[in-house]
Design a protein around this ligand. Structure first.
Ligand code: ADP
Length: 682
């Protein structure tokens, strides 16, 4: 790092007091600027990616955050033991904890972040609003005074005009917050909010704001050094939220005029300077439909969504943080900062959108992104991840696994890249919101920039609608399933199967498919795909009939899980796999999951005068129901085979006896393999 006049804060070792993607991301830059890196970990993270990537790692304590990542003394002690001169807190955990910063000051360890006094100034919403008003930062019309008399608060609410929003002064994380639609509901809401706030924060003070009905969440990235310089690195739009949690973020905010951008940016820098801020900070504003904007709060740390700002400015914000922490001046002045192109970030969570976003756990059997295969430019796509294939996802911490960040020349190009990259993201073993992110990113209203903080709520019907499938999706699910069966059979040992010879008997297979969410329902919402074909190889050609339409189809395997499906000459590339009875197909249009509910095989029987029975599909022999040589009557079950976890029974084609079986229980069989020799009565 370059020469500086303030050498007192120099450090050569950085401890990162965090985990997951942000710990990995901070250490990446730390290494790049030549620092030694120290990770800390809880027992649940002893072998986590951030620990593996650090030069050194120190155990903090048991899995619970309270006993590890949130434990001030343990983190300070880890810095002492490792000789770290500075601590980067990441976001969450201790990042906005004033007592932690004071403890570091006393221990002579540099905190990569603002002074404790700046954290305290923004910690209380009412006090922060008073200071912001002093600094000329616009506030939502409202009341944030000390007098908490019921009648006075009610009079203030009436003056502001309904709907109003009651907020706990000491609040955070959406707690102690309520919308009051009309004067009649005010007192009850006030009482409720006070109780909630008392329980959560041990404090009952309330503030009142005008409730904006269609605001956007637009925040400004600011940076200050310890020499009194401050700049803004433009804005991010984070309007797509679920329960006040950001899901998709972008920079710059669509539709911002240069004038408004400067106005908001300058207001944000004034806000930071008012409280003696140093380092990276974010000033959050609500932007109303008429273009007026209001201060909401300041986050005194690096944000989750900082990469979109890095993408459009070409700056490394963690490097800026480290320089500022060492006492250097800001690397660039305001007029040296420019916006290039557009960037999106999507947060990948281990959670199930179909089950009210219930956090999911498990082992990541696969976590990969094939950029090359998807034709993506590595310079335009960034995956900030805290996990790799083989890692466990536990319930101890935030379920965010990774962030996918993309860049494009303009918004449309960036959004197209986001969709393509989401499709190329291959996550298996743990349920994620990947498909939900794709539905958001392909939503017409999102494409059209119809953004406000209630976006997800407003479009619930289309974002969570019962799935309708196209003919192509049904065809794909049938072919992929059959192809998977074939591959699974063929990857088995060849010695198991040489006693069967194969007849290219024409078979008809009927596959009933439905939405996996309705797999157990006894409803009519299924489609039947009829597949016919004399297969040359597993690829086809096949003749499909779906709901009265017929198609000619091929399915050619490509590298890994990728396949090329050709329907009536229309070829498309997709990632496809089988997950139990569910076929999963992903392409840039989205993810399709279809459940195989039933398979029936129709044996046309016009082969070799009923003296053999052949396998109608690839599968496994489950049981032989009679002995070789046994006499049977027409229609009697002889043998059970299984495919896609569904059983299929082979019955006697006529009265007669079984001459011999070619397979035993447990053997895999290929489609067309002769299963048994049959001797019909004369
Ligand atoms: P917390 O600190 O609990 O997260 P915030 O004050 O940051 O609370 O507000 C959280 C979210 O609530 C915002 O992102 C915004 O979506 C919504 N919100 C806050 N204030 C208002 C308001 N005056 N009008 C409309 N929505 C608001």
């Amino acid at each position: 790092m370059s020469q500086t006049t303030h050498n007192t804060k120099r450090f050569d070792t950085l401890l990162v007091a965090n985990r997951g993607e942000i710990a990995c991301r901070v250490m990446r830059t730390a290494r790049a600027v030549g620092l030694r890196t120290v990770a800390v970990y809880s027992d649940a993270d002893a072998n986590a990616r951030h620990v593996r990537e650090a030069d050194e790692a120190i155990r903090l304590g048991p899995a619970a955050a309270r006993e590890s990542y949130l434990k001030v003394e343990a983190v300070v002690e880890a810095a002492r033991r490792s000789g770290a001169g500075a601590i980067h807190p990441g976001y969450g955990f201790l990042s906005e904890n004033g007592a932690f910063v004071e403890a570091l000051d006393q221990a002579g360890i540099v905190f990569v972040g603002p002074p404790a006094s700046a954290i305290a100034a923004m910690g209380d919403k009412s006090a922060a609003k008073s200071r912001m008003a002093n600094a000329g930062v616009p506030l939502v019309p409202g009341y944030h005074g000390d007098d908490q008399d019921d009648a006075l608060l009610k009079a203030e609410a009436d003056k502001i005009g309904y709907p109003v929003l009651l907020k706990a002064s000491a609040g955070g994380g959406g707690k102690g917050m309520r919308v009051v639609e009309a004067a009649a509901g005010f007192q009850a809401a006030l009482d409720g909010c006070r109780r909630e706030s008392q329980a959560a924060f041990g404090d009952q003070r309330m503030l009142i704001e005008k409730y904006l009905t269609q605001p956007r969440h637009v925040e400004v990235q600011v940076f200050c050094d310890s020499h009194g310089n401050g700049v803004y690195l433009f804005e991010r739009d984070c309007s797509v939220q679920r329960r006040h949690q950001k899901v998709l973020e972008e920079a710059p905010a669509p539709g911002m005029s240069e004038g408004l951008r400067r106005e908001m940016g300058e207001a944000a820098v004034r806000a930071a300077k008012e409280i003696g801020y140093v380092g990276a900070g974010t000033v959050e504003f609500l932007l109303d439909i008429d273009g007026s904007f209001f201060f909401m709060e300041m986050n005194t740390r690096l944000q989750v969504e900082h990469p979109v700002t890095e993408m459009i400015t070409g700056q490394d914000l963690v490097e800026w943080q480290l320089r500022v922490a060492m006492g250097e001046r800001l690397p660039l002045a305001q007029d040296e900062l420019t916006i290039t192109g557009h960037s999106f970030e999507a947060r990948l969570y281990a959670e199930d959108p179909e089950q009210d976003f219930l956090p999911a756990t498990g082992t990541l059997t696969r976590f990969a992104m094939d950029l090359e295969g998807a034709g993506l430019d590595p310079a335009r796509v960034r995956l900030d991840s805290g996990v790799e294939t083989g890692d466990a996802v536990s319930m101890h911490y935030d379920p965010m696994l990774a962030k996918l960040i993309v860049h494009g020349d303009d918004r449309a190009q960036a959004l197209a890249t986001l969709n393509r990259a989401l499709a190329a993201l291959d996550v298996q073993g743990v349920v994620t919101n990947r498909a939900f992110l794709q539905r958001l990113a392909t939503h017409p209203a999102f494409k059209a920039c119809e953004l406000d903080t209630r976006f997800i709520e407003k479009h619930e019907e289309t974002l969570f609608a019962p799935r309708r499938y196209s003919i192509e999706e049904y065809a794909g699910a049938a072919l992929v399933g059959l192809n998977q069966l074939a591959r699974e059979c063929e990857s088995d040992s060849p010695w198991d199967r040489h006693d069967g010879f194969r007849v290219n008997a024409p078979h008809t297979i009927r596959i009933a498919l439905c939405d996996p969410a309705h797999a157990q329902d006894d409803d009519d919402s299924e489609a039947v795909v009829v597949v016919e074909g004399t297969r040359e190889d597993n690829a086809g050609p096949w003749h499909l009939t779906i709901g009265g339409e017929t198609l000619t189809a091929r399915l050619d395997p490509l590298a890994g899980d990728a396949v090329a499906m050709t329907l009536d000459g229309h070829r498309r590339r997709l990632q496809a796999r089988r997950d139990g009875n569910v076929v999963v197909m992903v392409d840039p249009r989205g993810e399709t999951r279809l459940f195989w509910r039933r398979i029936d095989a129709i044996d046309h029987g016009h082969h070799e005068a009923e003296s053999t029975l052949t396998a109608p599909m690839h599968g496994t022999v489950v049981a032989l129901l009679v002995e070789a040589g046994a006499r049977v009557e027409k229609g009697m079950p002889l043998m059970v085979m299984e495919a896609m976890k569904m059983e299929h029974t082979m019955s006697a084609p006529a009265d007669g006896h079984v001459a011999s079986f070619h397979f035993q229980a447990g053997d895999t069989v290929g489609q067309g393999d002769v299963l048994l020799e049959f001797a019909p009565d004369e």
